[in-house]
Design a protein around this ligand. Structure first.
Ligand SMILES: [Ca+2]
Ligand SMILES: [Ca+2]
Length: 374
Protein backbone atom coordinates (compact mmCIF):
# COMPACT_ATOMS: atom_id res chain seq x y z
CA UNK A 1 0.00 0.00 0.00
CA UNK A 2 2.82 2.39 0.81
CA UNK A 3 4.32 2.12 -2.67
CA UNK A 4 0.97 2.51 -4.36
CA UNK A 5 0.07 5.55 -2.34
CA UNK A 6 3.56 6.99 -2.87
CA UNK A 7 3.47 6.69 -6.65
CA UNK A 8 -0.03 8.11 -6.76
CA UNK A 9 1.18 11.10 -4.73
CA UNK A 10 4.12 11.64 -7.09
CA UNK A 11 1.87 11.74 -10.13
CA UNK A 12 -0.46 14.11 -8.39
CA UNK A 13 2.48 16.28 -7.43
CA UNK A 14 3.48 16.68 -11.06
CA UNK A 15 0.10 18.04 -12.01
CA UNK A 16 -1.27 19.53 -8.86
CA UNK A 17 1.48 19.95 -6.31
CA UNK A 18 -0.42 22.38 -4.18
CA UNK A 19 -3.46 20.15 -3.97
CA UNK A 20 -1.43 17.07 -3.02
CA UNK A 21 0.58 18.79 -0.31
CA UNK A 22 -1.03 18.21 3.02
CA UNK A 23 -3.70 15.93 1.52
CA UNK A 24 -2.06 12.58 2.04
CA UNK A 25 -5.36 11.01 3.01
CA UNK A 26 -6.70 12.04 -0.39
CA UNK A 27 -3.98 10.00 -2.06
CA UNK A 28 -5.36 6.75 -0.70
CA UNK A 29 -7.20 4.43 -3.00
CA UNK A 30 -10.97 4.56 -2.57
CA UNK A 31 -12.58 1.66 -0.69
CA UNK A 32 -14.02 -1.29 -2.57
CA UNK A 33 -17.32 -2.64 -1.30
CA UNK A 34 -19.24 -1.45 1.68
CA UNK A 35 -18.82 -3.73 4.70
CA UNK A 36 -20.86 -2.99 7.80
CA UNK A 37 -20.35 -3.82 11.45
CA UNK A 38 -21.93 -7.15 12.36
CA UNK A 39 -20.62 -7.29 15.91
CA UNK A 40 -18.99 -4.75 18.19
CA UNK A 41 -16.59 -6.74 20.35
CA UNK A 42 -16.01 -5.81 23.98
CA UNK A 43 -12.72 -3.94 24.34
CA UNK A 44 -10.99 -6.76 26.17
CA UNK A 45 -11.71 -9.17 23.27
CA UNK A 46 -9.89 -7.02 20.74
CA UNK A 47 -8.17 -9.77 18.74
CA UNK A 48 -10.73 -11.95 16.92
CA UNK A 49 -9.59 -14.53 14.39
CA UNK A 50 -10.85 -18.03 13.58
CA UNK A 51 -14.50 -18.67 12.80
CA UNK A 52 -16.60 -21.70 11.94
CA UNK A 53 -20.30 -22.06 11.29
CA UNK A 54 -21.80 -24.56 13.72
CA UNK A 55 -24.59 -26.98 12.86
CA UNK A 56 -26.72 -24.93 15.27
CA UNK A 57 -26.42 -21.94 12.93
CA UNK A 58 -24.18 -20.00 15.29
CA UNK A 59 -20.91 -18.59 14.00
CA UNK A 60 -18.21 -19.62 16.47
CA UNK A 61 -15.32 -17.21 16.92
CA UNK A 62 -11.93 -17.37 18.61
CA UNK A 63 -10.80 -14.28 20.50
CA UNK A 64 -7.89 -13.20 22.61
CA UNK A 65 -6.27 -9.93 23.65
CA UNK A 66 -2.94 -9.28 21.99
CA UNK A 67 -1.74 -6.72 24.50
CA UNK A 68 -3.22 -7.99 27.76
CA UNK A 69 -2.47 -11.55 28.71
CA UNK A 70 -4.70 -11.36 31.79
CA UNK A 71 -7.70 -11.68 29.44
CA UNK A 72 -8.30 -15.40 28.88
CA UNK A 73 -8.55 -16.59 25.31
CA UNK A 74 -12.12 -17.60 24.61
CA UNK A 75 -14.43 -19.11 22.05
CA UNK A 76 -17.44 -16.90 21.51
CA UNK A 77 -20.46 -17.41 19.27
CA UNK A 78 -22.52 -15.06 17.15
CA UNK A 79 -26.16 -16.10 17.00
CA UNK A 80 -28.57 -15.61 14.08
CA UNK A 81 -29.36 -12.10 15.32
CA UNK A 82 -25.65 -11.23 15.53
CA UNK A 83 -25.71 -11.29 19.32
CA UNK A 84 -22.33 -12.21 20.79
CA UNK A 85 -22.07 -14.65 23.70
CA UNK A 86 -19.28 -16.56 25.37
CA UNK A 87 -19.05 -20.29 24.68
CA UNK A 88 -15.96 -21.26 26.68
CA UNK A 89 -12.80 -19.78 28.14
CA UNK A 90 -9.56 -21.56 27.33
CA UNK A 91 -6.97 -22.63 29.91
CA UNK A 92 -3.70 -20.70 30.01
CA UNK A 93 -0.50 -22.20 28.74
CA UNK A 94 1.54 -22.93 31.89
CA UNK A 95 4.66 -21.15 30.54
CA UNK A 96 3.07 -17.98 29.20
CA UNK A 97 -0.10 -17.83 31.31
CA UNK A 98 -2.22 -17.02 28.26
CA UNK A 99 -3.95 -18.57 25.26
CA UNK A 100 -3.96 -17.20 21.71
CA UNK A 101 -6.68 -19.07 19.82
CA UNK A 102 -6.64 -18.77 16.03
CA UNK A 103 -8.16 -21.46 13.77
CA UNK A 104 -11.12 -23.52 14.96
CA UNK A 105 -13.26 -26.31 13.50
CA UNK A 106 -15.75 -28.92 14.59
CA UNK A 107 -14.76 -32.53 13.94
CA UNK A 108 -16.95 -35.53 13.16
CA UNK A 109 -16.85 -36.43 16.87
CA UNK A 110 -18.86 -33.26 17.57
CA UNK A 111 -16.03 -31.61 19.47
CA UNK A 112 -14.30 -28.32 18.70
CA UNK A 113 -10.58 -28.21 17.95
CA UNK A 114 -8.64 -24.99 18.52
CA UNK A 115 -5.15 -23.87 17.47
CA UNK A 116 -3.49 -22.09 20.39
CA UNK A 117 -0.83 -20.07 18.56
CA UNK A 118 1.46 -18.87 21.30
CA UNK A 119 3.86 -17.68 18.61
CA UNK A 120 1.60 -14.87 17.45
CA UNK A 121 2.40 -12.86 20.57
CA UNK A 122 6.11 -13.61 20.23
CA UNK A 123 6.40 -16.60 22.56
CA UNK A 124 9.66 -18.42 21.88
CA UNK A 125 10.05 -22.14 21.36
CA UNK A 126 7.75 -24.81 20.00
CA UNK A 127 5.02 -24.30 22.60
CA UNK A 128 1.98 -23.69 20.41
CA UNK A 129 -0.76 -26.28 20.82
CA UNK A 130 -3.91 -27.95 19.55
CA UNK A 131 -6.74 -27.87 22.11
CA UNK A 132 -9.87 -30.01 22.20
CA UNK A 133 -13.11 -28.58 23.58
CA UNK A 134 -15.27 -31.56 24.44
CA UNK A 135 -18.93 -30.79 23.90
CA UNK A 136 -21.96 -32.60 25.31
CA UNK A 137 -25.52 -31.53 24.74
CA UNK A 138 -24.30 -28.42 22.94
CA UNK A 139 -22.31 -27.27 25.99
CA UNK A 140 -18.55 -27.30 26.58
CA UNK A 141 -17.59 -29.74 29.30
CA UNK A 142 -13.77 -29.71 29.22
CA UNK A 143 -10.77 -28.25 27.40
CA UNK A 144 -7.58 -30.29 27.01
CA UNK A 145 -4.29 -30.06 25.14
CA UNK A 146 -4.17 -32.90 22.62
CA UNK A 147 -1.08 -31.92 20.57
CA UNK A 148 1.91 -29.94 21.80
CA UNK A 149 5.10 -28.74 20.14
CA UNK A 150 3.95 -26.60 17.22
CA UNK A 151 6.02 -23.57 16.34
CA UNK A 152 2.91 -21.76 15.13
CA UNK A 153 -0.32 -23.74 14.91
CA UNK A 154 -2.74 -21.75 12.81
CA UNK A 155 -5.73 -23.08 10.82
CA UNK A 156 -7.76 -26.12 11.85
CA UNK A 157 -9.85 -28.07 9.35
CA UNK A 158 -11.59 -31.36 10.08
CA UNK A 159 -12.61 -34.00 7.58
CA UNK A 160 -13.60 -37.63 8.05
CA UNK A 161 -12.03 -39.00 11.18
CA UNK A 162 -9.15 -36.56 11.25
CA UNK A 163 -8.04 -33.07 12.26
CA UNK A 164 -5.68 -31.14 9.98
CA UNK A 165 -3.64 -28.24 11.34
CA UNK A 166 -1.42 -25.81 9.46
CA UNK A 167 2.04 -25.23 10.93
CA UNK A 168 3.03 -21.75 9.82
CA UNK A 169 6.70 -22.39 10.56
CA UNK A 170 8.46 -25.73 10.76
CA UNK A 171 11.39 -24.05 12.50
CA UNK A 172 13.84 -25.20 9.85
CA UNK A 173 16.90 -22.98 9.47
CA UNK A 174 17.51 -22.26 5.78
CA UNK A 175 20.12 -19.75 4.61
CA UNK A 176 18.74 -19.67 1.06
CA UNK A 177 15.81 -17.46 2.03
CA UNK A 178 13.20 -20.21 1.88
CA UNK A 179 10.69 -20.36 4.75
CA UNK A 180 9.36 -23.86 5.46
CA UNK A 181 5.88 -24.66 6.74
CA UNK A 182 3.37 -27.47 6.41
CA UNK A 183 0.22 -29.36 7.35
CA UNK A 184 -0.18 -31.97 10.07
CA UNK A 185 -2.92 -34.62 10.11
CA UNK A 186 -4.09 -36.32 13.29
CA UNK A 187 -6.63 -39.15 13.46
CA UNK A 188 -9.29 -38.43 16.06
CA UNK A 189 -8.47 -41.76 17.69
CA UNK A 190 -4.93 -40.52 18.39
CA UNK A 191 -6.02 -37.43 20.27
CA UNK A 192 -6.02 -38.04 23.99
CA UNK A 193 -5.94 -35.27 26.56
CA UNK A 194 -4.37 -37.60 29.08
CA UNK A 195 -1.44 -38.17 26.77
CA UNK A 196 -0.95 -35.32 24.30
CA UNK A 197 1.04 -35.94 21.13
CA UNK A 198 4.42 -34.21 21.35
CA UNK A 199 5.54 -33.21 17.85
CA UNK A 200 9.08 -33.92 16.70
CA UNK A 201 10.92 -30.74 15.74
CA UNK A 202 11.88 -29.33 12.33
CA UNK A 203 9.37 -31.22 10.22
CA UNK A 204 10.49 -34.67 11.31
CA UNK A 205 7.17 -35.70 12.80
CA UNK A 206 5.25 -38.57 11.15
CA UNK A 207 2.02 -36.56 11.21
CA UNK A 208 3.37 -34.03 8.70
CA UNK A 209 1.61 -34.70 5.37
CA UNK A 210 2.49 -31.61 3.31
CA UNK A 211 5.31 -29.09 3.13
CA UNK A 212 5.09 -25.57 1.75
CA UNK A 213 7.84 -23.14 0.80
CA UNK A 214 7.61 -19.36 0.99
CA UNK A 215 10.06 -16.95 -0.63
CA UNK A 216 9.13 -13.53 0.65
CA UNK A 217 11.94 -11.62 2.37
CA UNK A 218 9.48 -9.30 4.12
CA UNK A 219 6.87 -11.84 5.18
CA UNK A 220 8.38 -15.24 6.01
CA UNK A 221 4.94 -16.56 6.88
CA UNK A 222 3.90 -19.89 5.37
CA UNK A 223 0.91 -22.23 5.62
CA UNK A 224 -2.06 -20.36 7.01
CA UNK A 225 -5.77 -20.73 6.17
CA UNK A 226 -6.99 -24.17 5.09
CA UNK A 227 -10.18 -25.92 4.03
CA UNK A 228 -11.51 -28.85 1.99
CA UNK A 229 -13.89 -28.91 -0.95
CA UNK A 230 -16.75 -31.45 -1.09
CA UNK A 231 -14.54 -33.86 -3.08
CA UNK A 232 -11.93 -33.87 -0.32
CA UNK A 233 -9.29 -31.74 -2.04
CA UNK A 234 -7.29 -29.74 0.49
CA UNK A 235 -6.66 -26.01 -0.07
CA UNK A 236 -3.88 -24.34 1.91
CA UNK A 237 -3.07 -20.62 1.96
CA UNK A 238 0.60 -19.78 1.56
CA UNK A 239 0.53 -16.37 3.25
CA UNK A 240 3.81 -14.83 2.05
CA UNK A 241 3.32 -16.12 -1.51
CA UNK A 242 -0.20 -14.63 -1.69
CA UNK A 243 -1.26 -17.99 -3.06
CA UNK A 244 -3.51 -20.96 -2.36
CA UNK A 245 -2.15 -24.43 -3.04
CA UNK A 246 -4.53 -27.26 -3.92
CA UNK A 247 -3.71 -30.80 -2.81
CA UNK A 248 -5.52 -33.79 -4.28
CA UNK A 249 -5.69 -36.35 -1.49
CA UNK A 250 -5.66 -40.13 -1.53
CA UNK A 251 -8.99 -41.86 -0.87
CA UNK A 252 -8.32 -42.16 2.85
CA UNK A 253 -7.34 -38.50 3.12
CA UNK A 254 -4.10 -39.47 4.78
CA UNK A 255 -1.74 -37.81 2.30
CA UNK A 256 -1.67 -35.78 -0.92
CA UNK A 257 -1.17 -37.53 -4.24
CA UNK A 258 -0.65 -34.35 -6.28
CA UNK A 259 -0.50 -30.61 -5.80
CA UNK A 260 -0.53 -27.35 -7.68
CA UNK A 261 -0.61 -23.61 -7.04
CA UNK A 262 -4.30 -23.02 -7.57
CA UNK A 263 -4.29 -19.21 -7.37
CA UNK A 264 -1.67 -16.53 -6.71
CA UNK A 265 -1.74 -12.73 -6.59
CA UNK A 266 -4.49 -11.20 -8.78
CA UNK A 267 -4.69 -8.33 -6.29
CA UNK A 268 -4.12 -10.47 -3.22
CA UNK A 269 -1.14 -9.30 -1.13
CA UNK A 270 -1.33 -12.32 1.15
CA UNK A 271 -3.65 -15.22 1.92
CA UNK A 272 -4.71 -15.56 5.57
CA UNK A 273 -7.87 -17.29 6.79
CA UNK A 274 -9.86 -19.19 4.15
CA UNK A 275 -13.33 -20.69 3.79
CA UNK A 276 -14.44 -23.10 1.06
CA UNK A 277 -18.02 -22.10 1.64
CA UNK A 278 -21.42 -23.73 1.21
CA UNK A 279 -22.14 -21.59 -1.88
CA UNK A 280 -19.28 -23.30 -3.67
CA UNK A 281 -16.99 -20.28 -3.56
CA UNK A 282 -13.78 -19.62 -1.65
CA UNK A 283 -13.47 -16.62 0.66
CA UNK A 284 -10.05 -15.45 1.77
CA UNK A 285 -8.97 -12.70 4.15
CA UNK A 286 -6.03 -10.60 2.97
CA UNK A 287 -4.33 -9.21 6.08
CA UNK A 288 -1.64 -7.28 4.20
CA UNK A 289 -4.00 -5.97 1.51
CA UNK A 290 -6.66 -5.13 4.12
CA UNK A 291 -9.18 -6.87 1.88
CA UNK A 292 -11.54 -9.81 1.49
CA UNK A 293 -11.59 -11.75 -1.76
CA UNK A 294 -13.96 -14.28 -3.31
CA UNK A 295 -12.39 -16.91 -5.55
CA UNK A 296 -14.12 -19.12 -8.08
CA UNK A 297 -12.85 -22.70 -7.64
CA UNK A 298 -13.52 -23.51 -11.29
CA UNK A 299 -11.52 -20.68 -12.82
CA UNK A 300 -9.29 -19.43 -10.00
CA UNK A 301 -10.55 -15.94 -10.72
CA UNK A 302 -10.25 -13.50 -7.81
CA UNK A 303 -13.06 -11.03 -7.13
CA UNK A 304 -12.25 -8.47 -4.42
CA UNK A 305 -15.38 -8.02 -2.31
CA UNK A 306 -14.04 -5.34 0.05
CA UNK A 307 -10.82 -3.40 0.49
CA UNK A 308 -9.99 -0.15 2.24
CA UNK A 309 -6.94 1.61 3.61
CA UNK A 310 -5.99 0.40 7.09
CA UNK A 311 -8.53 1.88 9.46
CA UNK A 312 -9.73 1.74 13.03
CA UNK A 313 -12.77 -0.28 11.99
CA UNK A 314 -15.36 2.51 12.23
CA UNK A 315 -18.57 1.82 10.29
CA UNK A 316 -17.37 -1.67 9.39
CA UNK A 317 -14.24 -0.62 7.52
CA UNK A 318 -11.79 -3.50 7.40
CA UNK A 319 -9.10 -3.35 10.09
CA UNK A 320 -6.52 -6.04 9.34
CA UNK A 321 -8.86 -8.91 8.47
CA UNK A 322 -7.55 -12.40 9.19
CA UNK A 323 -10.58 -14.63 8.53
CA UNK A 324 -13.77 -14.50 6.49
CA UNK A 325 -16.61 -17.03 6.67
CA UNK A 326 -19.94 -17.26 4.90
CA UNK A 327 -23.29 -17.57 6.70
CA UNK A 328 -26.26 -17.43 4.37
CA UNK A 329 -25.60 -14.50 2.07
CA UNK A 330 -23.31 -12.74 4.53
CA UNK A 331 -19.55 -12.93 4.70
CA UNK A 332 -18.40 -12.42 8.30
CA UNK A 333 -14.94 -10.90 8.62
CA UNK A 334 -12.77 -11.04 11.74
CA UNK A 335 -10.65 -7.89 12.02
CA UNK A 336 -7.77 -9.17 14.13
CA UNK A 337 -6.35 -5.62 14.44
CA UNK A 338 -2.94 -6.66 15.77
CA UNK A 339 0.12 -4.35 15.72
CA UNK A 340 1.84 -5.59 12.56
CA UNK A 341 2.31 -4.01 9.13
CA UNK A 342 2.02 -0.47 10.54
CA UNK A 343 -1.43 -1.16 11.97
CA UNK A 344 -2.49 0.58 15.16
CA UNK A 345 -4.63 -1.38 17.62
CA UNK A 346 -7.59 0.91 18.00
CA UNK A 347 -11.26 0.95 18.98
CA UNK A 348 -13.70 -0.09 17.73
CA UNK A 349 -12.97 -3.85 17.68
CA UNK A 350 -15.26 -5.44 15.19
CA UNK A 351 -16.56 -8.29 13.11
CA UNK A 352 -17.46 -6.80 9.73
CA UNK A 353 -20.07 -8.24 7.42
CA UNK A 354 -20.30 -8.11 3.64
CA UNK A 355 -23.74 -8.80 2.23
CA UNK A 356 -23.72 -10.67 -1.06
CA UNK A 357 -26.40 -9.74 -3.52
CA UNK A 358 -27.63 -11.75 -6.45
CA UNK A 359 -26.03 -15.06 -7.28
CA UNK A 360 -22.92 -15.96 -5.30
CA UNK A 361 -21.27 -17.64 -8.25
CA UNK A 362 -19.35 -15.99 -11.06
CA UNK A 363 -19.93 -16.38 -14.76
CA UNK A 364 -17.56 -19.27 -15.20
CA UNK A 365 -19.60 -21.35 -12.76
CA UNK A 366 -23.15 -20.52 -13.76
CA UNK A 367 -25.23 -18.20 -15.92
CA UNK A 368 -25.68 -15.56 -13.27
CA UNK A 369 -24.01 -12.17 -13.49
CA UNK A 370 -20.84 -11.34 -11.64
CA UNK A 371 -21.50 -11.27 -7.89
CA UNK A 372 -22.19 -7.86 -6.49
CA UNK A 373 -22.02 -6.38 -3.05
CA UNK A 374 -23.95 -3.62 -1.46
CA1 LIG B 1 -9.99 -1.47 15.42
CA1 LIG C 1 -6.42 -0.75 13.41
Amino acid sequence: MKQTNGSFCVSLALTAAVLCAGMLAGCQAPPIGNPKIAVNLPAERNSPDGMVLGKDGNMYLSTFNFGDKTVPGAIMYIDKNDKLSKFVELPDHPDTERTCPLGIDFASDGNLYVADAQAIVGAEGAISRLLKVTIAGGKPVSVETVVDGFNFSNAVACRGDAVYVTETSLGIKDDTGVHHSGVYRFALSELNGAKPIKLAAEGKDKHLIARLETRNPDWAVGANGMDFDPEGNMYVCNFGEASIEKFKMNAAGTKPVSRKVFVKGQGMLCTDGMDYAADGMIYVADFLGNAVHQICPASGKVNTLAKNPVSDGTDGRLDKPSESRLRGKKVYVANIDIPYDNNVVDAPYTISVIELTGCCKCKCCCKCPKPATK
